[in-house]
Design a protein around this ligand. Structure first.
Ligand SMILES: Cc1cc2nc3c(=O)[nH]c(=O)nc-3n(C[C@H](O)[C@H](O)[C@H](O)COP(=O)(O)O)c2cc1C
Length: 222
């Protein structure tokens, strides 16, 4: 990169507005005792505010060499079993969580300058739950999962086309066919942090920390 290009990119980045819009207020004193309840309430507010894909979240994991990795996934459910996502157990992330179950989730709802961070450990749900999740997906998604060797090197588009055609046929022959590697995982949190951005950087941070069966709420310096 040339020096003059670098200067103009830096100027571009530093000139971009941040949080220059009306933002919601967050009164942490009124927050519920359980982080899931606050998440559900914030998610509802994100949906109402028109946030695109508010259920999209980063999942960060660590590989066998201790190198972090991250990617975006969809949150599929949230209940007593944890914060759930579905993916291929043979994918990079599937192998990473099998070796090192520590993981983090991150949501960013830019329209509201809200961030939610979850840290905890990942465990697969039982085969029945994963099978049920798989069969509930639209046929195109099932075909794509059956065809995919997610995260492996793809030699060329033709290989994908062949795999998709074979998967389509398999689903036509047996609409109940399962994808053995399709797995629902649950993150059991140890901390969940809610962050409300503020134009003058008076951000509000509320962290829930699990102690035994209880949740401790604490404010954090922004
Ligand atoms: C908005 C969005 C939603 C996604 N949802 C999923 C998902 O639910 N499950 C999944 O396996 N990949 C999903 N992906 C693709 C992943 O980001 C990623 O490319 C893929 O899972 C392979 O990741 P890996 O190689 O680290 O295992 C999504 C991507 C985006 C941008």
């Amino acid at each position: 990169m040339r020096q003059d290009q670098h200067v103009s990119i830096r100027d571009l980045l530093r000139g971009l507005p941040v949080f220059a819009r009306p933002l919601p207020l967050f009164a942490p004193g009124d927050a519920p005792d359980h982080p899931d309840d606050l998440f559900v309430s914030w998610l509802g507010e994100a949906v109402a505010a028109g946030v695109m894909e508010p259920h999209a979240m980063t999942l960060s994991t660590v590989d066998a060499d201790g190198l972090p990795d991250t990617r975006v996934l969809l949150l599929k459910d949230l209940d007593d079993r944890g914060w759930q996502f579905a993916t291929d157990a043979d994918s990079a992330k599937g192998r990473q969580v099998a070796g090192q179950p520590g993981a983090a989730l991150g949501f960013y709802w830019r329209e509201q300058a809200r961030q939610v961070r979850v840290r905890g450990s990942v465990t697969p749900l039982d085969r029945q739950a994963s099978a049920g999740d798989f069969l509930a997906r639209p046929v195109g998604s099932r075909v794509a999962s059956l065809a995919s060797r997610q995260s492996e090197v793809l030699a060329g588009p033709a290989d994908l086309e062949h795999a998709l055609a074979a998967a389509e046929e398999a689903v036509r022959d047996d609409p109940q066919v399962l994808c053995a590697s399709h797995t629902v995982y649950a993150v059991t949190p140890v901390t969940v942090e809610f962050w409300q951005g503020h134009a003058e950087r008076r951000h509000v941070r509320l962290r829930y920390r699990r102690v035994g069966d209880a949740w401790i709420k604490e404010l954090l310096w922004p």
